[in-house]
Design a protein around this ligand. Structure first.
Ligand code: DX5
Ligand code: ZN
Length: 216
């Protein structure tokens, strides 16, 4: 299982420190939340920022696009290792995936799903998905409460993909904390994204990661 640290949970006035504590304490991936102020009511950062982060860390980067018109953000795929866009933002997810892969053939591509969006559409996407990003909060902000209704989608994703030749990662993003990560992993997620829980106290990151890995 993989643990991705979402940097908006830390002190983003000091990104280098966030990257350093992540590298030193066992975070597997850096999760970058790109918000456009349109698809979600918040704005974070853009391409130039992601390019700089790429130069500053050896950890793989996971870009989570919370933007309208994801095909226009294809350039991000050249500066990260995984890119995810929201199914709610396009009628042509396979086309968007192909655009991302054409730009960077080594990239992993995933589709993110809001809490009230059903994931039955993935039945039509065998062979295209490297990741299914199940949102367990409404996208837009860190520090929100986990929505329990989204748990069943983890099991659904696992069931739908169980006979696929190439199995996508099943990731969960939003409201993960000490109370619920075991449930999330128990349902079949193998990649969890944490912002507030992980970065609220840098001195406890290592301990939290060890606990999550051991399932304690
Ligand atoms: C929410 C973002 C999440 C967020 C998670 O829109 O996609 O990645 O950073 O934050 P926490 O872990 O605090 O819920
Ligand atoms: Zn995210």
């Amino acid at each position: 299982m993989f643990i991705a640290g979402s940097i908006i949970g830390g002190n983003i006035l000091n990104i280098e420190e966030i990257l350093k504590v992540s590298e030193e304490n066992g975070v597997d991936w850096i999760h970058l939340d790109i918000m456009d102020g349109n698809f979600v009511p918040n704005i974070t950062f853009g391409l130039e920022f992601v390019k700089k982060i790429k130069q500053k860390t050896f950890l793989p980067l996971d870009v989570h696009l919370m933007v309208l018109n994801p095909d226009k953000y294809v350039e991000f795929s050249n500066y990260c290792d995984m890119i995810n866009f929201h199914i709610e933002t396009t009628h042509f997810p396979i086309r968007v995936i192909e655009i991302m892969r054409k730009s960077n053939p080594r990239i992993k591509v995933g589709v993110a799903v809001n809490p009230c969006t059903s994931i039955s559409f993935i039945e039509n996407m065998e062979g295209y998905l490297d990741n299914i990003l199940i949102m367990s909060v409404e996208p837009g902000f860190a520090g929100q409460k986990f929505i329990n209704n989204t748990l069943k989608k983890i099991e659904q994703a696992k069931k739908i993909t169980e006979n696929w030749k190439s199995k996508p990662i099943i990731s969960v993003d939003g409201g993960i904390n000490s109370e619920n990560y075991k449930i999330v992993l128990g349902k079949g997620a193998n990649y969890i994204v944490c912002a507030s829980y992980l970065y609220d106290d840098y001195s406890k990151i290592r301990e939290k990661i060890l606990m999550m890995r051991k399932g304690l």
